[in-house]
Ligand binder design. Structure first.
Ligand SMILES: Nc1nc2c(ncn2[C@@H]2O[C@H](COP(=O)(O)OP(=O)(O)OP(=O)(O)O)[C@@H](O)[C@H]2O)c(=O)[nH]1
Ligand SMILES: [Mg+2]
Ligand SMILES: [Zn+2]
Length: 305
């Protein structure tokens, strides 16, 4: 391990297959390749690298990935896996059009909690009529203590900026959310040098969508302290690494009622004297969240592969 300490350190700002873009502390970008067979470096990683070749177009080889503070795993719509590391927080961006999936939202929040990463919800497109029912759908999340930041990134960019900047400055934020929720719009608004591709979906022509396909790091400003990470819209979250026993503790609304069950190893599904189920019946835990708990638990209990 120690033999690489003399090498330059760089930050992974984009990763696509075996191509990894590494940024030097001076802000130069070098296309790097991993030394080994596998590309283990992900966006947000700090790596030790060595130049190969010289002059313009010089590339590099990654010799070592530095130890990580945290690592978040996700799977996108193309079922390809991607990760980001060393995050300060996650901003889960949702909207009423397209209507967000509670299952996806819950999974993202559980994955963040499991990785020990703080998460907030950005509720975008509040200018649309569908915002009222969407706000209702988000009520269980507000109630369990997850911050919901209301935004109209396109209709009221100044308001969105004022609300978001204090939360984002000086921190590394991974922006997650379904396709079309406005992640790239957010990044273009707050990271002026970004030019992330925004999908203007034509109703007549389904073609011409500019959907994000790679995970990319964007600095918030020239001081290069805070950053936003754009990511492709996701369908699934890999959760197989989560221990089924831990699941209730990773869901704050369920966690609030643990320790009130008759059986110490209660699964909160069918046992008598269950504090969690009593809370569902009393309306303190939303039926949808309880249903999602059961769904995820079933998945985690299945054979691992
Ligand atoms: N009405 C309304 N539309 C918005 C708002 N913010 C973004 N949009 C539109 O929503 C669409 C999708 O925005 P994107 O930023 O490309 O969404 P994305 O989350 O990056 O999508 P993917 O890259 O496919 O994952 C675009 O047509 C935006 O103009 C808003 O506040 N209100
Ligand atoms: Mg995008
Ligand atoms: Zn129970």
């Amino acid at each position: 391990m120690a033999r690489f300490e003399a090498l330059d350190i760089g930050l992974v700002v984009a990763a696509h297959g075996r191509h990894v873009m590494v940024e030097t502390p001076e802000g130069q970008r070098v296309l790097c390749h991993p030394r080994g067979k596998k590309n283990e470096a992900v966006v947000g990683d700090r790596v030790r690298w060595m130049p190969v070749g010289a002059g313009a177009g010089a590339e590099g080889v990654i010799e070592q990935v530095e130890p990580r503070r945290n690592l978040l795993f996700r799977q996108d719509e193309m079922r390809s896996k991607s990760f980001a590391a060393n995050l300060d927080q996650i901003l889960m961006l949702v909207s009423g059009e397209p209507m967000f999936s509670e299952s996806q939202l819950t999974r993202a929040l559980v994955a963040a909690a499991s990785a020990g990463i703080e998460a907030r919800i950005g509720f975008n497109k509040i200018d649309l009529p569908v915002a009222a029912p969407t706000r209702e759908r988000l009520r269980p999340y507000t109630a369990m203590g997850t911050e919901v930041v209301e935004l109209a990134l396109k209709a009221d960019p100044a308001g969105a900026r004022a609300r978001l900047l204090p939360l984002l400055q000086g921190r590394v934020t991974l922006v997650l959310g379904p396709s079309g929720s406005g992640k790239s719009t957010l990044i273009n608004l707050l990271a002026p040098l970004a030019r992330a591709q925004v999908g203007e979906i034509s109703q007549a022509l389904q073609a011409g969508r500019h959907t994000t396909t790679t995970t990319t790091w964007y600095w918030l400003d020239e001081t290069r302290t805070g950053a936003l990470i754009d990511s492709p819209g996701f369908q699934e979250f890999g959760m197989r690494h989560i221990d089924a026993q831990q699941l209730p503790a990773l869901m704050p609304d369920l966690a609030a009622h643990l320790g009130h069950c008759r059986f110490y190893n209660c699964s909160h599904r069918h046992e008598p004297g269950c504090g969690v189920r009593a809370a569902v019946e009393a309306g303190q835990i939303s039926p949808s969240r309880y249903r999602l708990y059961g769904e995820i638990l079933d998945e985690l209990a299945q054979t691992r592969w």
